[in-house]
Design a protein around this ligand. Sequence first.
Ligand SMILES: CC(=O)SCCNC(=O)CCNC(=O)[C@H](O)C(C)(C)COP(=O)(O)OP(=O)(O)OC[C@H]1O[C@@H](n2cnc3c(N)ncnc32)[C@H](O)[C@@H]1OP(=O)(O)O
Ligand SMILES: CC(C)C(=O)C(=O)O
Ligand SMILES: [Mn+2]
Length: 519
Amino acid sequence: MSSSSTTASSSSNRVVIFDTTLRDGEQCPGATMTFEDKLSTAVMLDDMGVDIIEAGFPIASEGDFEAVSEIARQTKRATVAGLARAIEADIARAGAAVRHAKRPRIHTFVSTSPIHLAHQMRKSEDEVLDIISRTVTQARGLVDDVEWSAMDATRTPIDYLCRCVEAAIRAGATTINLPDTVGYALPDEYRAMFSQVRERVPQADKAIFSVHCHNDLGLAVANSLAGLEGGARQIECTINGIGERAGNAALEEVVMAIKTRGDGLPYATGIDSTWLTRASKQVSAVTAFPVQYNKAIVGRNAFAHESGIHQDGMLKNASTYEIMTPESVGVSKTSLVMGKHSGRHAFKEKLRELGYELGDNALQDAFKRFKDLADRKKHVYDEDLVSLVDEEMVHAHDHIKLVALTVIAGTMAQSATLTLDVEGVHHTRQGTGNGPVDAIFGTIRSIVPHEADLDLFQIHAVTGGTDAQAEVSVRLKHENRSVTARGTDPDTLVACARAYVAALNKLSGRQKAVAAVAG
Ligand SMILES: CC(=O)SCCNC(=O)CCNC(=O)[C@H](O)C(C)(C)COP(=O)(O)OP(=O)(O)OC[C@H]1O[C@@H](n2cnc3c(N)ncnc32)[C@H](O)[C@@H]1OP(=O)(O)O
Ligand SMILES: CC(C)C(=O)C(=O)O
Ligand SMILES: [Mn+2]
């Protein structure tokens, strides 16, 4: 795979894919990822052919700095970028985090719109121009590959935007990103902004122009593609479209639009599209953000046909109702039916069909849980396996584990007796509550005291039937940090306990904050 800065220019049709799942994606409330989640996601992004991985915002926290540094060390092909405000300390920190990468990039940004200059930055236009020159020069002193972004570009008067872009290019920026930070632009406006800036700024052809679109009006993908028509050749996007507020342009949608509509969109990316389903599942698993059923490309229904006329057409010829094949996004026609008599080979093959490739240990653990499930449940559906493997992938490094749970529920009393394994030591407690779920959560809290509040609690069935697995989502909030986690089990109350414990693991992350287990 060739690096972005060497191949993309507005005269080439190669579009650079800049993935910001680990930075802008992680900015959506509750989507916090652990260090291990970030590393495994970065490895996957590298394998699938992403050109640039924005690994985080190194000044934001020690954890983000460590994650960006480790991703920089481990990434084999992609450029690794760290985000920095137009502040000396941010740029130094980003430079230190990415310096071990084969291809390091510093991505620095500053606001340019009158609204942001007046209310957020409280600086004049000239002061910001000066800041751009200083900070881009500083970044170029640290790395050769510097991206500069005009925050809120789409609400910036074009004359001033051109002066800012000119200052950034003169100071050495190699990529110029003009984001639709607030998701306000219409496709034609966004295209025109790129055309005008590229036409008016001297030496604009020295830089690659980049789109970065938010989905507040549901236009993020349409705007990103319109930006290409205006001469941009880098698209900033995220898996499943996660990101600040309504999210960013979805990587899978951008990639498949380009691949499927080569006639109208004469561009190419370096992404191997057969990874898209797996990538979507991995990001959904590590963030615990469900993918909506009708989500384009990767939703559960994206290739499902229910109505008679459509099914009839599909049986005669798939092109009647499918504009791309499921195989092209990594969904194979599933054929194996799994049950309690299935063996490891079939299990492994089935997971491959569903888009998962597990290491030996994870496969063994998942197989054991599958057998347990098959003993308890009449039909093991694909959705059951997906939930089971998602859990396995996410919880391999947990330091708090649910060992046993007994619950008394009903009209007379509600209590929970619970055993947790905390860093290898078993703790058992009994507690009561206002209902069985309250009793379980209270008992967990008494074993592992913590300050976080329960911010969200949701239950839904993974499949139909009264023996369906329950999937429970729990969001915990502590100060300004919130994490979401999922737990599944045929027993709804066990799923509740699993979800709460998973959220606690995520919240304490690597800090082993559970050292304070109640004696
Ligand atoms: C559009 C985007 O997605 S921008 C990226 C947003 N992402 C994040 O904010 C996530 C990570 N952020 C953080 O961890 C924190 O906000 C930090 C560490 C970066 C900064 O924390 P704090 O120093 O406590 O500042 P706080 O977040 O309250 O305020 C932001 C400050 O940065 C300034 N600022 C914002 N953007 C920029 C910029 N691009 N360049 C320079 N200064 C900026 C604001 O004006 C404000 O400065 P002030 O304190 O002088 O008023
Ligand atoms: C930091 C910048 C690129 C951003 O995320 C935005 O403007 O939306
Ligand atoms: Mn953004």
